[in-house]
Ligand binder design. Sequence first.
Ligand SMILES: Cc1cc2nc3c(=O)[nH]c(=O)nc-3n(C[C@H](O)[C@H](O)[C@H](O)COP(=O)(O)O)c2cc1C
Length: 260
Amino acid sequence: MEVQEAIGTRRSYRFLLPHKPVELEKVQKMLEAARLASFWGNVQALRAVVVHRETATDAVTKSLFAPVAGFQVDRAPVVIVWYLDYGALDEQGERLKELVRARALGIEEQAALDYLDQTLIPFFEAAMPLIKEGALTDMDCGQGIAQATLMAIEQGLGTCLLGTTNQEQIKANLGLPETAKVLVLMCVGYPAESREAGGQRPRLPFEQMFKLNGYDTPFPRSETVVEELTEAKMLQASAPLPWRQAELDYLQKALDLPNF
Ligand SMILES: Cc1cc2nc3c(=O)[nH]c(=O)nc-3n(C[C@H](O)[C@H](O)[C@H](O)COP(=O)(O)O)c2cc1C
């Protein structure tokens, strides 16, 4: 699947086949995609524990709890617990040096290493408390999770992210380090619903979200580009497709779902 189509096809798939196993090789490909995502200073603080319902202990599966639409967690064959390890930030100097040695940063190697030691690393160390509070690190974790999502779509899988309020119990049951912060649970499985999953979910108008050179000027949205992206299946028909209610009725019965 082309990347444009994968972006367009990506949905939160809330209805997964509980009985169809997910190959761990496919999950590996999702993790490989997450691993390659950009991260400020190449810190790579995004980590995950894959919970494979078939083989995980009861204590582990039972600790996975999501307050909103939690029925998904109870039925998903795989739940990826994505977490941020703040411990990775303490190794940031080393990560920067690796970038210089890989010739991705700086022009002349020794000069760049000296600059890191004398200027950049002390700057980041001083700023670390602010960095830990800020949004950049969380945002970069999101980039990795987004890449894993696209890899899932490409392999015919569906995913849905769910926030959890069970931070401490999940950390304890999975044996995560003290420095871990659980970000989100990702249900993974083969979709029980159609690939369209009811159609493209509502989005705010493009011009309201994106501007050119200042807040007052909407970014000009070219109709030609819209047509191109529609052709490439990135832009798809809006939800709800005419048969969505019938599909939902069917899914409710098939998956024995509560009325909500
Ligand atoms: C970080 C994140 C956390 C989310 N948490 C929940 C959740 O706890 N419960 C839920 O039902 N949906 C959750 N969602 C799914 C969103 O509701 C969904 O992305 C949104 O409705 C748009 O649908 P789409 O993903 O199909 O475009 C979450 C999505 C993201 C990105």
